[in-house]
Design a protein around this ligand. Structure first.
Ligand code: GMT
Length: 378
């Protein structure tokens, strides 16, 4: 089997899932061709079975913006023709699936049958796809795909509801974590390198700082927590709201208690010294970072939104509180920080859950079975 993967290469869950899936397939002897704007950040070094083809946006003085979607379709055609690819797996519907479907149509006139599978990741449906200008295009791209997967039951249901699509169209294949890479470790020097005293607790937030992540809520919660427990807040990632958060940190005079580490390709090291992961998203189709934290035995505190309840078990691997209930979120964090046995217990359950439900082996096999089913036209 030879497959092409199209994804956004930047700092985001869909790019991480696409890259990790491609790497796992490559290790199984499948030839995988990534077709992207840049090399996905998790695709470092020489990897077995992995090839990378760059899409070059086309600019011309007449255009207001450089074109991406059409050169992407052109690149897909070129790669499929050259390497005799059977299947294109797009991550994030807009505009990747539309480009792949255009390539499919053009190649069919040459007698080439190309299958297109779309994986919906979340904001492609819950935010972007619902915009009036994109609604019909998103719906069309889902209906015209040969196969569609969603990363949670929540996302499947919401997609079917929003676009009036039959549930039979969509298969749920959960996101996954590499349990060998994400496993608890004790390296005393890591806290020292960050300038965090050994006994100080670490609360971590990892995101792309888009408005949907509500990164300022994290700060509000932390400002309550730090009055009760000696702790620091570590922000990992970068995005549109970073500036606002920095300003607020200054206003609250918390500069010496809040650390910004920026973008990091791998978060296992920083998770290994964390006591609680805090997620304050308005919605989250899955919450890959919650799973990564659970694999590292770090409890999660989050709003009870989207697909997070399918990942985090309230009262067992973390605490889920009502949306915008900052008070309850702060109480939950304090409880976990004050009672180390509870943190340990929740951590262990988190890793067990990650292993049982969201292991790389399990979900990659699910993808492979799905590819075979679609290739056979079933
Ligand atoms: O908007 C984002 O958060 C980024 C987006 C992405 O680029 O991939 O994340 C979505 O896909 C992830 C991987 O499947 C999920 O874990 C995230 O929950 C989802 N984000 C949202 O639904 C907000």
């Amino acid at each position: 089997m030879k497959i092409g993967i199209v994804c956004y290469p930047g700092y985001g869950g869909s790019g991480v899932v696409a890259a990790e899936l491609g790497k796992a397939l490559g290790q199984k002897g499948i030839e995988v061709h990534f077709i992207c704007l840049e090399r996905p950040f998790r695709l470092e070094g020489i990897l077995p079975g992995i090839y990378y083809h760059e899409v070059e946006p086309v600019d011309y003085p007449l255009f207001k913006f450089p074109l991406y979607y059409l050169p992407l379709a052109g690149k897909i055609i070129e790669v499929v023709r050259t390497y005799h690819i059977d299947l294109i797996h797009t991550h994030y519907a807009i505009p990747h699936t539309v480009a792949a479907l255009m390539a499919k149509e053009i190649l069919s006139s040459e007698g080439k049958e190309l299958k297109v599978i779309t994986t919906l990741h979340g904001t492609d449906v819950t935010l972007v796809g619902q915009r009036r200008e994109l609604f019909d295009v998103t719906r069309w791209s889902i209906l015209k795909s040969d196969g569609v997967t969603a990363v949670s039951e929540y996302l499947k249901n919401v997609t079917c509801e929003i676009f009036a699509i039959s549930p039979r169209t969509i298969e749920v294949i959960y996101n996954f974590v590499d349990l060998d890479e994400y496993q608890p470790k004790t390296d005393e020097s890591l806290k020292e390198k960050l300038g965090v005293p050994e006994k100080q607790k670490v609360i971590i937030h990892i995101s792309n700082f888009r408005p949907v992540k509500r990164a300022l809520d994290v700060l509000e919660i932390f400002s309550k927590v730090q009055t009760e427990v000696d702790s620091v807040l570590v922000y990992v990632g970068e995005g549109p709201d970073t500036g606002k958060v920095l300003n607020e940190v200054q206003k609250k005079k918390l500069t010496n208690k809040v650390k910004f580490l920026g973008k990091m390709p791998k978060v296992s090291d920083v998770l290994s010294i964390s006591d609680v992961l805090l997620i304050t998203s308005e919605t989250e189709s899955f919450g890959l970072v919650a799973l990564e934290a659970m694999a590292m035995e770090v409890p999660v505190v989050a709003y009870r939104v989207g697909g997070l309840p399918e990942v985090v078990v309230d009262g067992q691997t973390g605490y889920l509180v009502d949306y915008l209930d900052l008070e309850k979120a702060a109480e939950a964090v304090v409880k976990l920080l004050k009672e180390p046995w509870l943190k340990r217990d929740f951590g262990r359950w988190g890793r067990i859950r990650a292993k049982e439900r969201f292991s790389k082996e399990k979900q990659v096999t699910n993808y492979l079975n799905y590819y075979e089913k679609i290739l056979k036209g079933l």
